[in-house]
Design a protein around this ligand. Structure first.
Ligand code: SF4
Ligand code: SF4
Length: 442
């Protein structure tokens, strides 16, 4: 079996974002393959530790992915501040005789260095066009954990485990490896907190992650971290605002200072994203269809809303409002050109992570979250059939079946984009629904 088939069979999806199936991404032909090791979300500590713990596996998986897409160069993007990891990666690349192909590129410690389009620009100087994806400028991007999974797939191992950082206003900050499908509550309790009634949990990083409405779910291949904060923390209050509340506040107080636009990472890359204009449309000309369309250029990084706006308004939510409205009507923004250049002021407007962390009120929680043996042995796990972009996996086991850890239990429906799912523990299938497959440990 070729590597692409092995990746498909292993159920690999992008471990750092929306969960796009990796085998589909790697069918492209590209000039560059880029490893996203930026991990720019404050407090998350997965990728930097994986690169330190498994450098050979990650380099090998990354190199193999690069050969698959025919890339002439493979570049690892990692923040300059991770000096020891950078030295280690460089040494291992030489030891593996891959120095002619794989290089390490140091990134500034800014937010959002890990945004795919920012990463492409930082590593290659190329700007992905508006509404575009990296392959349009000859690049394919994979995350560090994805590269590790590609290596494991080449050894016949499917994705059954997930690395997760548990961080925030908690006694124990840590990073753990848990079986996919583990109850999220079991992971959250590793924080040292038992009663969550005074706490809220952010699914993912503090900038882009949403506040979880329900913490009774199960780990998926997309989870990267849980940030636990008191319910009255600034971030939780800000992220819990409803669309109606945001619209009301936005109307009352936007002073059109355009700080949101001046600091928008996509605007700085030369795109037409201008959140202050969205505020104007929302407040004064809500039916201006042309004006609404630029909302589709927003990557929802939250820089405008959580850092830039001096009045504490919700420009990202204004974008989101119009994005959803346009999607309902199937209306798309059409770029007026195909080539873009970053704005000349960009270097002066980059936001250092430390300043961002201070603004978010997270300085006292910006501490190590070391990789720790969790000791978690979940008795029951639930593997979601939909944890990736595309069609849900089709169950291929029935209730009562005995399964082994690593066994495929759901396949990609014929002719669809999707990802296979696997049992993450050995046991008995206790329930099969369209949404999940439940397994009880024997
Ligand atoms: S949303 Fe905030 S930053 Fe943007 S123009 Fe209005 S007041 Fe200024
Ligand atoms: S969330 Fe705000 S800063 Fe980020 S891309 Fe969208 S408009 Fe720009």
């Amino acid at each position: 079996m070729g590597l692409l088939e092995q990746i498909k069979d292993a159920g690999i999806i992008g471990a750092g974002g929306a969960g796009f199936p990796t085998h589909a991404k790697l069918t492209s032909e590209a000039e560059y393959i880029l490893l996203n090791g930026a991990e720019c979300e404050p407090l998350l500590r997965v990728d930097q530790q994986l690169m330190a713990m498994y450098p050979d596996e990650i380099i090998r998986g990354f190199e193999a992915a690069g050969r698959l897409v025919g890339a002439k160069k493979a570049l690892i993007g990692i923040k300059k501040k991770h000096k020891e990891v950078i030295e280690l990666l460089k040494e291992r690349i030489q030891a593996l005789s891959m120095g002619d192909y794989v290089g390490v590129h140091e990134l500034p410690d800014i937010y959002p260095a890990g945004d795919e389009q920012v990463l492409v620009y930082e590593l290659t100087g190329r700007v992905v066009p508006e509404t575009g994806i990296p392959i349009q400028v000859g690049c394919v991007v994979v995350n560090s954990e994805t590269a590790l999974n590609i290596y494991k797939a080449s050894q016949g191992q499917p994705v059954t485990e997930k690395y997760i950082t548990v961080a925030g206003d908690i006694p124990n900050r840590l990073t753990v490896k848990v079986p996919v499908g583990t109850p999220i509550m079991d992971v959250l309790k590793l924080s040292g907190i038992e009663d969550f009634s005074d706490y809220a949990v952010i699914d993912g990083g503090p900038m882009m992650g949403p506040v979880m409405a329900d913490i009774g779910g199960f780990v998926t291949k997309k989870n990267k971290g849980f940030v636990i904060l008191k319910k009255d923390h600034f971030l939780i209050r800000k992220k819990s605002v409803t669309m109606e509340q945001a619209k009301r506040v936005n109307k009352a107080t936007c002073e059109q200072c355009r700080m949101c636009t001046d600091m928008c990472p996509r605007y700085l890359l030369g795109h037409n994203m201008q959140p202050h204009k969205m505020m104007r449309v929302m407040n004064y000309s809500i039916d201006d269809l042309e004006g609404q369309k630029i909302a589709q250029l927003c990557c929802q990084c939250n820089m405008c809303e959580l850092f830039a706006c001096p009045a504490g308004l919700h420009p990202k939510m204004a974008n989101l409002y119009f994005k959803e409205k346009l999607a309902e009507q199937n209306i798309r923004y059409k770029p007026e050109k195909t080539e873009f250049e970053a704005r000349s002021v960009r270097p002066l407007r980059l936001v250092p992570s430390k300043r961002l962390i201070a603004r978010l009120g997270l300085r006292s929680f910006d501490l190590p979250a070391p990789m720790t043996e969790s000791g978690l042995v979940p008795q029951t796990i639930r593997i979601a059939t939909r944890q990736h972009v595309g069609a849900p996996a089709e169950p291929i086991v029935s209730a009562g079946a005995q399964v082994q850890a690593g066994q495929m239990i759901g396949r990609i429906p014929e002719g669809s984009l999707g990802a296979a799912i696997h049992a993450s523990i050995s046991g008995t299938v206790s329930e099969v629904t369209a949404d999940y497959i439940e397994i009880r440990r024997n």
